[in-house]
Design a protein around this ligand. Structure first.
Ligand SMILES: [Zn+2]
Length: 555
């Protein structure tokens, strides 16, 4: 069965007497799937090993009477107070070595074995209880993995796990010393046990260590997800598993996480209060995220959380204008979403997200959001039903790599250079010309694409270089730019041959110098016109290449 529209619902926030009313209103709108339960561990297990799923069972039954199925989230993003009091080492540690405490969410270390034992006990009982319930059709592990974990976790458990990860990667400490260049600033290690998670230092960081740390953190999140997904799949093999991803967030590789999912899902908040400026058009940014989520599994995806009102925690975003929610949801569908769930059903009267508004306001009376979203569902349902499984056939590919992003963001070169911003300039150019694009990992098949845009190919391997060469030799058009072919996979600069190293013959030029355009812009002449250039300039001697544009004086 395919679900066209859904909603995120927290029945535990409301009196039971209201549930039937909510379910009937959902059905009238056109909702057939609901996600629940991902933050309510304390309610389902108030004391260790004492499970109370009765209320959740009842809510599922009430919804089922209206023909609505459920996805249940595991609640590991919010361990209850009794677990934290019992085992305080579960609380995560920040880069300064300080614990982050209970009282919000995501107050957990994902490597901690004591916490994993708590999760195993809960998720095993949870999965067994709902394995045979026909109205529970799928699971979501945790919530927005990687969110709130930007500078977490540097605790002793994660440090030990990082050491083990490094041991498996390098085999011996000599190899690590070589690949991290620890001869610099006397950073040599005698044993893996001397290596710390890269907490705040007195001054500076080792870029190779930071690259490994970021890759380790991504692997840890993937392991945390797999560890729960394995429990769920063993107990309930006929339920799907998806996850609510967040566009280009960088803490975890969605390519890796996506492999564990039956299909990808995405949370979309175009008018989010967390954006620095709300008056900047972001249609291209939203589109790029949707294209990326679709590209993860090269198939249609779900929107698990679609903004349906004002967003806000302590400060608020703008109210969606009339028709704007429908516009956002339509854009999602146009880029490959075949189910759209709106967040949330009703604005909560308490808690951190009091002002993260839902389809219904605090008082539960249907208003403009309800009417607009209901009209949207009724009008769009026939089209969306016809679009199920449909995929675009794009001829432009953008090589997006987490490793390149990590390496560039560790050493951005120019203070204003960010890997994502730079990549999106290419995407936006395609978007403005109505050219669809897929995002590709390094191990993707490049051959279906007429154009492959490969921004900031900073870290170069023989395997990637061979793939890029083969793509060009087969007739593909490859777009490379600055800082390509500079370093090896360990973030060490190549010490032989002219730049751009392995890519020099593809470019048909040697880079003799480069200039970081600090506090100035450059000027380029191209085809009789002048264009400004920002951030960086490479100075090249041509070998087999042909110049189509040349620098002029700085402006
Ligand atoms: Zn930790």
């Amino acid at each position: 069965m395919s679900y066209l529209f859904g909603v995120d619902y927290y029945p535990e926030h409301w009196p039971k007497e209201r549930w039937a009313t909510d379910a009937a209103m959902m059905r009238e709108m056109g909702i057939s799937i609901v996600r629940m339960a991902e933050f309510s561990w304390a309610k389902w297990e108030p004391r260790e090993g004492e499970f109370h799923f009765e209320d959740l069972d009842e809510a599922i039954e009430v919804l089922a009477r209206e023909g609505i199925d459920c996805i249940l989230g595991t609640p590991s993003a919010a361990p209850p107070a009794w677990i934290i009091r019992q085992d305080p080492e579960i609380e995560p540690m920040d880069a300064r070595g300080l614990r982050r405490h209970f009282g919000g969410r995501h107050h957990d270390c994902q490597s901690n074995p004591v916490y994993r034992a708590h999760i195993r006990r809960f998720v095993t009982a949870f999965a067994a209880h709902y394995a045979k319930n026909p109205h529970v059709v799928g699971f979501q592990v945790d919530n927005e993995l990687g969110n709130s974990h930007a500078d977490l976790c540097y605790c002793p458990s994660c440090t030990a796990r990082f050491q083990q990860w490094l041991k498996e990667k390098y085999g011996g400490i000599d190899a690590l010393n070589r690949c991290w260049g620890t001869a610099f600033w006397s950073q040599q290690y005698d044993d893996f046990s001397q290596i710390d998670a890269p907490r705040q230092t007195a001054s500076g960081y080792n870029p190779s260590q930071m690259l490994d740390w970021k890759c380790f953190c991504s692997d840890l999140v993937c392991d945390f997800h797999k560890w729960q997904a394995d429990i769920l799949r063993a107990a309930a093999p006929d339920k799907f598993i998806t996850h609510n991803l967040m566009g280009f967030t960088e803490k975890v590789s969605y390519y890796d996480l996506g492999k564990q999912l039956d299909f990808a899902s995405h949370d979309q908040y175009p008018g989010g209060h967390f954006r620095p400026r709300l008056d900047v058009p972001i249609a291209d940014t939203l589109a790029s995220e949707l294209d990326f989520i679709r590209s993860l599994k090269n198939k249609p995806f779900w929107i698990m959380e679609q903004q349906s009102g004002i967003t806000g925690w302590d400060t608020l975003g703008r109210t969606p204008r009339p028709g704007q929610i429908a516009l956002w949801a339509t854009q999602c569908i146009a880029h490959g979403a075949d189910t759209v769930c709106f967040f949330r059903w009703r604005s909560c009267t308490f808690g951190t997200e009091q002002y993260w508004h839902g389809i219904l306001p605090h008082n539960g009376e249907p208003g403009r959001y309800y009417r607009e979203i209901k009209d949207f569902m009724h009008q769009t349902a026939p089209v969306l039903a016809e679009l199920q499984g449909a995929m675009p056939k794009n001829e432009a590919g953008i090589l997006f790599s987490y490793r390149q992003e990590y390496a560039i963001d560790i050493q951005p070169h120019h203070p204003q250079l960010r890997y994502l911003d730079h990549m999106k300039t290419y995407y936006s150019s395609l978007y403005r010309r109505n050219i669809g694009a897929d995002f590709l990992p390094e191990d993707a098949d490049f051959s279906p694409y007429r154009v492959l845009i490969a921004p900031l190919q900073f870290l170069m391997t023989k395997a990637l270089s061979d793939k890029l060469h083969a793509y060009v030799e087969a007739g593909g058009t490859l777009v490379l730019d600055m800082r390509a072919g500079i370093k090896d996979e360990h973030d060490l600069a190549f010490d032989e041959g002219p730049l751009p190293g392995m890519l020099a013959d593809l470019v048909g030029a040697r880079l003799t110098e480069y200039d970081c355009l600090r506090e100035m812009d450059g000027l380029v002449h191209w085809d009789g016109k002048e264009y400004p250039c920002h951030l960086w300039s490479d100075i090249m001697d041509l070998t087999t290449g042909e110049a189509v544009a040349v620098y002029d004086k700085a402006v």
